[in-house]
Design a protein around this ligand. Structure first.
Ligand SMILES: [Zn+2]
Length: 252
């Protein structure tokens, strides 16, 4: 069989506000805007904080004396909350600075908890009864349930709206499995496209932008993203104050 490939190109309407896609993943936040700028922020520190404090709190749970347990639990869970809060505030402040002037497009992740904690009726080999049993294991559930994606989205949402720009949500579906540049398939555990080497998260953003716009402008964008290069940062490196000095988005 012979194939005929007809490429289509779409001109971008500059009268409508530019979009900026923010893709929140467990260990990274990827930002791609419609001008071809791209940032990838490593947020694995957030997960490390959650992991370390979960371990600590589990040890505290085993203490016999309830009074000491209560005091220690409050101390360390409070400390975890404040550390996460601080990091997220700095990160979202920075994100709201770099996305200023654009419509923010984010994934609707509200039903993800339901998917994580999903149970099916199955034979439970320990109680020898048919019961609702979790599909996912305990460690994975704890890890994903402590993932603060909604908090990040919420903080970014209000900061962006405070700057006077719109935020929209849409349902992500199959945004990361097909490469936006070469059309190749990206398997769930692969970090880059096996054919052209496009980063999985950047690809997801480009596909989201394409879906959001309703037509294909992602190819030309992926080229400009490649040309500009992606700026990789760590979550604890971002400094909103420093950016404000250099920023060309300043309102003044
Ligand atoms: Zn590819």
């Amino acid at each position: 069989m012979n194939w005929v490939i007809v490429p289509f190109k779409q001109e971008i309407d500059l009268t409508r506000p530019d979009e900026c896609i923010v893709d929140v993943n467990e260990c990274s936040v990827t930002v791609v805007d419609s001008s071809g700028n791209c940032w990838k922020i490593d947020t694995s520190k957030l997960r490390a904080i959650h992991e370390a404090y979960s371990r600590k709190l589990r040890r505290i749970q085993r203490i016999g004396d309830s009074k000491i347990k209560k005091v220690l639990y409050a101390k360390y869970s409070g400390r975890r909350k404040r550390r996460v809060h601080d990091l997220l505030h700095k990160l979202t402040k920075w994100l709201s600075e770099i996305t200023k002037g654009k419509t923010l497009v984010m994934e609707d992740l509200r039903n993800i908890r339901k998917a994580i904690n999903y149970k099916v009726k199955k034979f439970n080999k320990f109680s020898k009864r048919i019961q609702p049993v979790s599909l996912r294991n305990k460690n994975l559930k704890r890890r994903l349930n402590t993932w603060s994606f909604r908090k990040l989205q919420f903080l970014l949402d209000y900061k962006h709206k405070l700057n006077g720009f719109d935020v929209v949500y849409f349902n992500p579906h199959k945004t990361s499995s097909i490469c936006s540049r070469c059309g190749g398939k990206i398997a769930p555990m692969e970090k880059t496209c096996p054919k052209c080497g496009l980063d999985r998260d950047i690809n997801a953003c480009l596909n989201m932008l394409k879906m959001w716009r309703g037509s294909g402008s992602a190819e030309s964008l992926s080229v400009s993203v490649m040309k500009l290069g992606c700026q990789g940062l760590y979550a604890d490196e971002v400094n909103p104050a420093e950016l404000r000095g250099k920023s060309n988005f300043s309102t003044a």
